[in-house]
Write a protein that binds this ligand. Sequence first.
Ligand code: ADP
Ligand code: ADP
Length: 228
Amino acid sequence: DIQIDIRNLGKVYGGTSSDNMVVALDGVDLRIRRGEFISLLGPSGCGKSTLLGIVAGFQSASSGTLLQNGRPIVKPDPSRTVVFQDYALFGWMTVQQNVEFGLKAKGMAKKQRAEIARSLIDMVRLTGFEEKYPHQISGGMKQRAAIARALAPDPDILLMDEPFGALDAQTRVLLQEEIARISSEAGKTVIFVTHGIDEAVFLADRVVVMSPRPGRVREEVTVPLPRP
Ligand code: ADP
Ligand code: ADP
C-alpha cells in the first residue's frame, strides 16, 4: 500500500546560468508505505529539507513526479503537517490555542476543538500546561506542543525536519521515545529528517541515506538489521 510515490525527483535552485545554480536533488526515487516511519539521513546540505519541503507542498520540484495516494502533490494540505526544529509555535497563543489552531482554521466547533486538544495535550504529556505561553515553558515542552499541534488536524503524514536538533541531549532522548510511541499510537506515516545516525536507526522502520552533491538516495536500510 504505497502512500507516497517519488520518482526521479529533481530540484534546482537559482538562476539561469550554471554558475548560480544549485542542484539540490538529482533523481530521487522513494516509495513510502502507509504507516511507515522513514528516517531521511544525510549530511548537511544533501537536500533533506528540500525533499521534505517538496513533499509538504511548500515548494515545487524542478522535475520528476510526486504522488500521494496516486494524486500529484501541488500545494500544502492538512493531510500532511510539519514539525520544524525551531518549534514555530505562535508566541501570542497559549499551548491550548496553538494546538487548536488547525482545527479552528477548519471551522470546527469550539467544544469539539477543546476535546481533541485535551486528548492530544495528554498524549504529549503537557496536561496542566494548557494555559502557558511558549516563552513560559522549556524547549522540550515547546516541541511537545508543536507535535500536538501538528497532530490536531489528524494528518495522514507527519513530516519532521530535525525536530529535536535544538534540544539538549537528555531532552532529545526523552522526545525520541515519545515520538516513537506517539507515531505508532496515532498510526501515522512519518518522514523524519535528521543527520544523526543513532536517532535515525532508533526511530525508523527504514533509514533512507542521502548523498550530497548532488542530492540523491544512496542506500535504504531496513531496521532492525537482519541478524546474521
Ligand atoms: P539539508 O536539509 O540536507 O541540509 P537542503 O535541502 O537545505 O539540505 O539544501 C540542499 C542544497 O540546496 C544545499 O546546497 C543548499 O545550499 C541549497 N539550497 C537550499 N535552499 C536553497 C535556496 N532557497 N536557494 C538556493 N539554494 C538553496
Ligand atoms: P521534557 O519536556 O523532555 O520532559 P524538559 O527538560 O523540557 O524535558 O522539562 C522537564 C520537566 O520540567 C517538564 O516536564 C516540566 O514538568 C518541568 N519544566 C520545565 N520547564 C518548566 C517551566 N518553564 N515551567 C514549569 N515546569 C517546567
